[in-house]
Design a binder for this molecule. Sequence first.
Ligand SMILES: Nc1nc2c(c(=O)[nH]1)N[C@H]1C(S)=C(S)[C@@H](COP(=O)(O)OP(=O)(O)OC[C@H]3O[C@@H](n4cnc5c(=O)[nH]c(N)nc54)[C@H](O)[C@@H]3O)O[C@H]1N2
Ligand SMILES: Nc1nc2c(c(=O)[nH]1)N[C@H]1C(S)=C(S)[C@@H](COP(=O)(O)OP(=O)(O)OC[C@H]3O[C@@H](n4cnc5c(=O)[nH]c(N)nc54)[C@H](O)[C@@H]3O)O[C@H]1N2
Ligand code: SF4
Ligand SMILES: [Mo]
Length: 689
Amino acid sequence: MTTQRVRGCCPHDCPDTCATITEVRDGRAVAFYADPEHPITQGWLCAKVRPYLERVYSPDRLLYPLRRVGPKGSGRWERISWDEAITTIAERWRAIIAEYGAAAILPYSYSGTLGLLQTAIVDARLWNRMGASGLERTICCAAAHTAVYATLGARRSPDYDDLRHSRLIILWGHNPASAGPHAMPFIRQAQRAGAFVVVIDPRQTATARSADLHLAIRPATDGALALGMMNVIFAENLHDEAWLEAHTVGWRELRARAAEYDPERVATITGLPVATIIELARRYATTKPAIIKTADGIQRHQNGGQTFRALLCLPAVVGQYGVRGGGLAYSTGGYATWDAEAVGHASECPPVPRTVNMNRLGAALTGEVTDPPIMSLFVYCANPLASSPNAGLIEQGLQREDLFTVVHELFMTDTARYADIVLPATSQLEHLDLHRAYGHRYLTLNQPAIAPLGEAKSNWDVTRLLAQAMGYSEPWLHESAEEAIRGVLDASRARNPFLSGITFERLQQEGTVRLTLSPENEVPFADGHFPTPSGKVELWSAAMAAQGLDPLPHYEPPAEYVAHPPEEGWLTLISAAAHHFVSSSMANQPGLRAKEGEPTIEINPVDAAARNIRDGDVVVVSNQRGQCHLRAVVSTNVPPGVVSAVKGHWPSLSPDGRNVNWTTPDALADLGGQSTFHSNRVQVWPSRI
Ligand SMILES: Nc1nc2c(c(=O)[nH]1)N[C@H]1C(S)=C(S)[C@@H](COP(=O)(O)OP(=O)(O)OC[C@H]3O[C@@H](n4cnc5c(=O)[nH]c(N)nc54)[C@H](O)[C@@H]3O)O[C@H]1N2
Ligand SMILES: Nc1nc2c(c(=O)[nH]1)N[C@H]1C(S)=C(S)[C@@H](COP(=O)(O)OP(=O)(O)OC[C@H]3O[C@@H](n4cnc5c(=O)[nH]c(N)nc54)[C@H](O)[C@@H]3O)O[C@H]1N2
Ligand code: SF4
Ligand SMILES: [Mo]
């Protein structure tokens, strides 16, 4: 029997976008491993994805369309045919459109897969054509994106291997050991060669444990620290004035703003000693190349946008943009930009009638959005009841008898349980897609390795079926998967020099292809050009001023922290990435659940003693939004005042059917409509159950 090797790509929301190989024998995947030739993947997959065949062939996979037969959420279903499922959905939608207009239909999706076809194209085409409500996809990184566009003009970052050239690496609010593990070997290599590694994170993460210095900053105060560092750098004349003059707008205004953040004030805000702040500033200004490597966790605060702006200003102050091994590494997502018209064909469609912020899903379903109200929800690539904020309110919305909910999923998630119709989705091994990464600069083609299991269908195939049933005849709603990908790739290549020479044929042959980087743009911004309106780094942002926003970065505490002070027993709850799940994906896989352990909350011995909590006790974590029960781990991994419970545990696999998102805020951040998961204050008490 012959074994086929099929090249693919990990689809999960992770900056590493690993290249994979699936071995197929007799139509069945028998082995799944890393592509040894990929320069970032380097022949290994993370602990989450190594046992991927357990996910693909899980006995819990949804294999047929289902219709609800019991009350909402009861878990009583009958199997139906695809024909019946699609006809039912189209009939309901036609009736809703006739009564309320298409704006009453809301698609809800995020990061189940990050593929061009199954995500970007599927997120746009059908919904544009229908005139459905738009979704503001702001749960993860909207504040940072807004800050980056305002400051630098584009999301460009070096590859991980450039870290080898750094002498100072500041991992700021970022935990790559769990959340982007393929950076770690390069960080280790730099460290062995003498680089100094600093981690700034309230929690002592695995990444922090391996650093030379860990600064357990108070949550949401990083903007003040960055401005305090600038204060010292300017005061001691350690800034790069020539670079600032040549490449920035508003550095004198920034200097004046930084003057308000003397180390004493910043020490009071951040909880870090004055001497530490001064030392960090001096080290940052005098060690070159110096890189700040950050990610998304740090901006999930109400002040996340201005915090990110402050971080983005630092490399400019010391002249480190455009330097190999220097600058700021956040995201490489701005290189392989897809042509928006080719993706969504918006110019041929009615205007998007309105948009709904995904962080406000619960509110939107329960009265915040009216005229028309949301009457149908179509969820795919997302598990909002596990992963979106203020989940108790989402649950209330999903219970509405008059809401027609369809969920397209691989598994019976907590969200799917509330559906009227459940549709089975394919896994990455069963469909075609093209992936760009946000942690490196390679494109990877994912070839289907096996036929869809049961009657599972890909997002694109469901889009096509729904388009047909709705009577939409535009050819771009009926292309094959390959035609759709080729069309967007070709249109994008025509405009984007980073894609030049990258054809579908090349991707088919090579699997992974490096983006086309000329010597001048190999190191981001090495040509001295920033794609902002001024062509410079906009430390002072005219665009933000025009929107009535502060054009300079500043620090302001989250409103929830002010309203719920520590003196009244409130603790800051950070709910960051779990090591063995990606958000709630994989969190139902028995092997990985066993490794991650049951849902817990880490609490400092000081806070535990004050509340009579012992290690191993079940505690109630609560606030004005809701509560959940978690097992306490008394630990100095968190400083006094901060508690930590990872995101991703499935509510239905948690002690009381709820997870940490029953407490997290659905308030929006200062920029981009961003989520504010970590600007969350809770009470923690021993439970009586
Ligand atoms: N294993 C695993 N990997 C993942 C994911 C996962 O769920 N599991 N999720 C993926 C996704 S969706 C994303 S967006 C990325 C996120 O990648 P990261 O941003 O690296 O991960 P997070 O754990 O969300 O946040 C990083 C760190 O920020 C810290 N933090 C929180 N608030 C503050 C603050 O105010 N200041 C500072 N300095 N630090 C703070 C947290 O303690 C956390 O350790 O990871 C991706 N990779
Ligand atoms: N408390 C707290 N919560 C958080 C965060 C936090 O920091 N703290 N971080 C947030 C962040 S950064 C993010 S990005 C969000 C992520 O939130 P979501 O985007 O909702 O991600 P998941 O919870 O992983 O759910 C994705 C679902 O998509 C399904 N899926 C996978 N592939 C496909 C496919 O091809 N088709 C279809 N139809 N479905 C598919 C998976 O089975 C999975 O159930 O979570 C957020 N939630
Ligand atoms: S989750 Fe990240 S590290 Fe793990 S295989 Fe996927 S891309 Fe690689
Ligand atoms: Mo995310």
